[in-house]
Design a protein around this ligand. Structure first.
Ligand SMILES: [Zn+2]
Length: 518
């Protein structure tokens, strides 16, 4: 079942109208209609196609783009910029998410880049499925009503796919496990925390949740002539969440999950004692809360933490159970896509904490992930990486490693991770991590997958950071792109989304790609 082809044409220049209400398909048609003839002119299409032929990219050069950018700026103008400036040949089109990392305009409070609408979309950003959910696929899940209302009845895949194909570009649908608690059905399938409260995140052991991801992957693969799916799931297990041992999370030891009936059933199947696990996490919560109040255990913070793990190995078991659930969903998405067409490609986004946290790193095997995917998008965001790594050190340095001076803790951690000579903790956010970090993480991923799948490092272009933290300059972008390609990556993915990237950075990325290609 194919969707009907798009009847509208993209605009020929930026549609920079100030829009503070949801942009409907009708608006889109009206604002771009004046330029439709020029966009559809045969010579324009031919010159674009010739341009693509002249520069065959031996490595896959991709970029993440949300629907709003095509709505704001027009499909053809955006594709022109991506091809001509950034040497992009693959679009990772944000098709499903309720999050602002992949969808929407620039996040509120951050400066707008030098293209696209210069007004926040706070008032109409909602998120959901920016394509058309075909109800037949969603019979086995309560998560049926996920259509994104942001742009009326516009189907972004139908809108962008023919234009991308005409240029010889590939198009993947990006789908992300970020929900809103007010989406119909979410409360029925949400995780249950340590206190028995429902959260707004989906329980990965709930049959309806698994059915949803399979349904979405199948729907997109069957209904559109796409090249594949890139699946984002940055969710972490209860141990990491309890400790806040990540760069972005708050320390939420009282709200760790999931203790629902489906998790209890899965625990029984895996031989994990549910009551002991819950008791362990309750003790871990008390440890974390006391640490934050500076109440040092008589044997020290680390010893007390390690003793908890020794006395309650169910803490690790329960964390492992979360990973099992998550990886079953990843495998399910892969199987669903391959069941539609074997040559469709499936990729997984590998979150940033994988490169900062040795304990988390131990729970992720690249060779195992490689068996469930055709490629891994490994996050090697080096500019925002400085701020994020510093946050991670401060978080773990406030609980488990509270006895260690933070600068020394970071040096020690650098050794564990194989980091090179990165800046001091106080300078890290402002300086960012080095292009060498990009190269090292790329090399590590390539070694880890042992040739079983491709590695596309995610390159940081303008990912929002604090006021005094590093933001990508054109030189930074050029260096990071070069580092990834020279390290042997099979390609790369410019991240997180076009609506936060400046054009000079895109040009610098394209220059680095072309220099590499000779
Ligand atoms: Zn659960």
């Amino acid at each position: 079942m194919k969707s009907s082809p798009s009847t509208w044409k993209a605009g020929k220049r930026n549609v920079m109208n100030s829009i503070s209400r949801p942009i409907t398909r009708r608006d889109f048609v009206q604002t771009t209609a004046a330029f439709a003839a020029a966009a559809a002119a045969p010579e324009v299409l031919i010159s674009s196609a010739q341009g693509a032929e002249k520069r065959p990219a031996p490595k896959s050069i991709g970029i993440q783009v949300g629907a709003v950018s095509f709505v704001d700026e027009g499909v053809e103008p955006v594709l022109d910029i991506l091809q001509q400036k950034a040497a992009v040949d693959t679009i990772y089109l944000t098709t499903f998410t309720y999050g602002r990392g992949l969808a929407g305009r620039q996040v509120p409070g951050q400066p707008f880049p030098d293209h696209g609408a210069q007004e926040s979309d706070e008032k109409f950003f909602h998120g959901g499925n920016y394509a058309t959910p075909h109800p037949d696929f969603y019979r086995n899940t309560v998560l049926k009503e996920t259509r994104a209302p942001d742009h009326g009845d516009l189907d972004i895949v139908t809108a962008v796919l023919p234009a991308a194909k005409k240029r010889g570009m590939k198009l993947f649908c990006s789908i992300e496990d970020v929900f809103r608690s007010d989406v119909p059905g979410v409360k029925d399938v949400a995780e249950v925390d340590l206190q028995g409260r429902k959260t707004g995140t989906l329980c990965l052991f709930h049959p309806d949740v698994r059915a949803f991801w399979t349904a979405l992957a199948t729907d997109l693969s069957k209904s559109y002539d796409i090249d594949g799916i890139l699946f984002f799931n940055e969710r972490n297990g209860p141990l990491l969440n309890a400790l806040g041992a990540s760069h972005s999370q708050s320390i939420a030891s009282s709200r760790v999950t999931c203790f629902c009936e489906h998790h209890q059933k899965a625990a029984r199947e895996h031989g994990i004692n549910f009551d002991r696990a819950r008791e362990g996490y309750a003790k871990l919560d008390r440890f974390v809360q006391s640490s934050l109040k500076d109440q040092r255990p008589s044997d020290g913070y680390f010893v007390e933490f390690w003793r908890l793990l020794v006395e309650h190995p169910e803490i690790i078991g329960w964390d492992r159970l979360f990973d099992t659930g998550k990886h079953q969903v990843l495998a399910g998405v892969n199987e669903a896509v391959k069941a539609v067409r074997k040559d469709l490609q499936v990729g997984f986004h590998i979150e940033h904490v994988n490169s900062f946290n040795p304990i988390f790193r131990a729970t992720r095997r690249y060779d195992d992930l490689a068996q469930k995917a055709d490629f891994l998008k490994v996050v090697v965001y080096n500019n925002c990486g400085g701020e994020r790594y510093a946050n991670f050190i401060r978080n773990v340095g406030s609980t488990v490693f509270r006895d260690v001076p933070k600068e020394e803790l970071m040096r020690f951690n650098n050794h564990l991770l194989g980091y090179g000579n990165e800046p001091n903790l106080d300078e890290l956010a402002g300086a960012g991590l080095s292009p060498d970090y990009v190269a090292r993480e790329t090399t590590r991923a390539l070694a880890g997958v042992q040739g079983k799948c491709k590695i596309y490092p995610g390159i940081d272009i303008g990912i929002p950071t604090g006021k005094n933290s590093r933001k990508a300059s054109p030189d930074d972008t050029n260096a990071a792109v070069s580092a990834a390609l020279k390290a042997g990556a099979h390609g790369l993915i410019l991240s997180r989304k076009y609506s936060e990237m400046r054009l000079a950075n895109l040009e610098a990325a394209g220059k680095a790609v072309r220099e590499f290609n000779g």
